[in-house]
Design a protein around this ligand. Structure first.
Ligand code: UD1
Length: 424
């Protein structure tokens, strides 16, 4: 079994570059299905992570041809022949859910198996289905948990989301691209990755406006063109590196990111005494020996503090001077890292609502063998291991590899003592 072996205590120093965003490339890879032209689409700054490999496997099963060259990808969709997503592939990656909108846009039909829950909660898709139904899709449950959706003609509609779900917003945008007339999504998610999806779709010839605000308008078009497009930097990878540098008391410049996407994170790190300077596409992060406690961190949809950095922030605060409170308001079950951090000497209590954690700062963490229950929990254990005394072994790397291209490489480059061992 693959694991990280980390010897904590090294101060991180140097320069590290951030790659393309997982949460951008996944919906963009769904969006390529809308392209019916024979020319290839070229995607650049694509992260070579496990979730992308899975998405490529699914696209290939539908007839898409994908060729890699470094972090560039050439995608041809002229031979797409199927709207049925295999249950096994669907189970392996929940994000396949937004292939629904793209396949409905392309074929007027889709057949997927209902995604189950995952480590961080129940994760229903009611908002996706409600939005697509408003565009004229009729859904029918089928045998073996499959869900079949079809529409004779997708038609624009006014949709109000009960909650600004990222995936539902993207799914509806994708289905609306070829719908007849205008679609309005109110209370839409405002994440930068949604703006990236809009920019990609518009470069292909779609007419999408308003992404980044809570109202998105999509005017249906009848055809799209093949284009070249570069994916935005991954703000969650950037944030993870910021926490790692802060936890080590280091001094690092992060390059090729968009500082504006990290404002909520920067604000909380500054409260913790970390110095952050922004300059164009660079951030300089300077940590302190022990961070200050942060009174209150609450995860929220963008531009609030991202749930995907909650675990890493908690890892940093374990060694703060004083007590901090973190409230997880986006997902129902996202504290799986708490028990593992406590095994390393942290003092964290979770309230019975399973949404509030009180982190009583301790002077030091001690290395231990810990296991990642999900992607970001794994990243948090790495952050903790870097500042712990002695050796930390992080198991469950298959989760971390879903969203980090080469976390150990990035961290080694700036002076961390981290090795990946085991596996093939
Ligand atoms: C996306 C991100 C994920 C991030 C999350 C929140 C991708 C590939 N993943 O996930 O990294 O953590 O946004 O920023 O972009 N919900 C419902 N009904 C629905 C849909 C969602 O109740 O139909 C709930 C979910 O259970 C959850 C909350 O809404 O509690 C947020 O989910 P959503 O914004 O949809 O997240 P994802 O798109 O799944």
């Amino acid at each position: 079994m693959e694991r990280y072996v980390i010897r904590g205590g090294n101060r991180l120093e140097g320069v590290v570059r951030v790659g393309g965003a997982k949460n951008s490339i996944l919906p963009i890879l769904a969006a390529v299905l809308l392209n019916k032209r024979s020319e290839e689409i070229i995607l650049t700054n694509v992260p070579r992570i496990r979730d992308v490999a899975k998405m490529v496997e699914i696209l290939r099963s539908l007839g898409v041809s994908v060729t890699w060259s470094g972090s560039n990808m050439a995608v041809s969709t002229s031979n797409v022949h199927s709207y049925l997503i295999d249950e096994k592939l669907m189970r392996e990656m929940r994000s396949t859910v937004f292939l629904m909108g793209a396949l409905l846009g392309r074929f007027g039909e889709v057949c997927i198996s209902r995604p189950g829950g995952c480590a961080i909660g129940h994760r229903p898709i009611g908002l996706h289905l409600k939005g697509l139904t408003a565009l004229g899709v009729q859904f029918r449950e089928q045998q073996q948990g499959y869900l079949y959706g079809s529409s004779v003609r997708l038609t624009g509609a006014d949709i109000h989301l009960d909650y600004p779900s990222v995936g539902a917003t993207e799914n509806i945008m994708l289905a609306a691209v070829y719908a007849h007339g205008m679609t309005t999504i109110a209370n839409a998610a405002k994440e930068p990755e949604i703006v990236d999806l809009q920019n990609f779709l518009n470069k292909m010839g779609a007419r999408v406006r308003g992404a980044g605000t809570d109202q998105i308008r999509v005017e249906g078009v009848s055809q799209l063109a093949s284009v070249e497009y570069s994916v935005i930097p991954d703000r969650i990878v950037a944030g993870t590196l910021m926490m790692a540098v802060a936890a080590s008391g280091g001094d690092v410049i992060l390059e090729k990111l968009i500082p504006a996407h990290l404002e909520a994170v920067t604000a909380k790190l500054r409260e913790a005494g970390v110095q952050i300077r922004e300059e164009n596409d660079r951030l300089r992060v300077q940590g302190v020996a022990r961070p200050e406690a942060v009174e209150f961190v609450r995860t929220l949809p963008y531009p609030g503090f991202p749930t995907d950095l909650q675990a890493q922030m908690m890892a940093l605060l374990t060694r703060a001077r004083g007590s901090s409170i973190i409230v997880e308001s986006v997902f129902e079950s996202r504290f799986k890292h708490v028990g593992e951090l406590n095994r390393m000497g942290a003092s964290i209590i979770v309230a019975t609502d399973n949404r509030t954690a009180i982190i009583n700062g301790v002077k030091k963490l001690t290395g231990a063998t810990v296991a990642a229950a999900d992607l970001r929990a794994g990243a948090a254990l790495v952050v903790a291991g870097l500042s712990a005394e002695g050796e930390t072994i992080v198991e469950g790397l298959e989760h971390v590899k879903r969203g980090y291209e080469n976390l150990e490489g990035d961290l080694s480059k700036i002076g961390a003592d981290i090795r990946r061992v085991g596996g093939l």
